[in-house]
Ligand binder design. Structure first.
Ligand code: URA
Length: 260
């Protein structure tokens, strides 16, 4: 099967080339280069290419589709694209995609891992027990999704059995998060949990080491803290999470003072 078959728009599907087709193309490009340089045909070593694999992983195909889909110029358009996305296999198991929700010019973009059962059922982010705790955490530092936060996830469709999203699923969805970031232009990003933090920073460092340190992601100040589900499982982490929220609040205040 052609692994790019899942791309709905045929024009977006990369062609799989045989080795001899690639050799022809390379020779043609060489000749064109010679012609443009001085018209003299230079001798070259022979080329070695392999046939493109029919088994190329989905991860290589899916981001192309999402990247092209995510040229949305408004949050509403992006929401519709996400709701119709078939860029990775997670779409087959979803009830609803969960694009995210909140203020359109937020102080903080909160990024979680991915929808759970409650979010899949409702199409809204962080509405289960963990979501209720997240709302209380935000409220403690004068933030809320109604007033000044936007809440999103690294993957927009629920991974089965609440497993971690796979790297190729995260890669397929990443252009949507990038687009959200570009449209929302938050003052800060708050990453909740290991998966969100690791996937944005491309690291496998544990959340215990990553949390509570201000860093920069794509030009935006980013802070990580524990996922509210982790706090529900282990109340001893709450103190550290509170320290992180204070860092968030202090940094927002500092950024506010820098404003002309
Ligand atoms: N956990 C997450 O990371 N995101 C949600 O939207 C809900 C639970």
């Amino acid at each position: 099967m052609n692994p790019y078959e899942n791309l709905q728009d045929k024009r977006l599907r990369p062609r799989l080339l045989k080795a001899e087709q690639k050799i022809c193309l390379a020779r043609l490009l060489d000749l064109a280069g010679d012609y443009l340089r001085d018209g003299y045909t230079y001798s070259r070593k022979s080329y070695t290419f392999t046939d493109d694999s029919q088994e190329a992983p989905l991860a290589e195909a899916a981001p192309d589709q999402a990247a092209l889909l995510s040229r949305a110029d408004s949050l509403e358009a992006l929401k519709v694209e996400i709701q119709h996305c078939q860029g990775c296999p997670l779409h087959t198991g979803r009830i609803h995609a969960v694009p995210g929700e909140g203020a359109s010019q937020p102080l903080v973009l909160v990024i979680g891992e991915g929808p759970g059962a409650d979010e899949d059922a409702s199409g809204r982010p962080f509405v289960g027990k963990a979501g209720q705790l997240l709302d209380r955490m935000l409220e403690a530092v004068d933030l809320s999704r109604e007033r000044n936060c936007f809440i999103a996830n690294v993957v927009k469709c629920r991974p089965p059995n609440n497993r971690d999203p796979l790297p190729e699923e995260i890669a397929a969805c990443a252009p949507f998060l990038d687009r959200q970031l570009a449209l929302l232009k938050p003052r800060m990003i708050l990453c909740v949990g290991r998966v969100a933090m690791q996937s944005l920073l491309h690291t496998d460092e544990g959340i215990g080491r990553l949390r509570g340190k201000l860093t920069v992601y794509k030009g935006f100040s980013l802070l990580g803290t524990y996922h509210p589900s982790a706090l529900l499982r282990d109340a001893s982490l709450k103190r550290a999470a509170w320290e992180d929220l204070k860092i968030l609040r202090d940094h927002l205040t500092a950024l506010d003072k820098q404003e002309p």
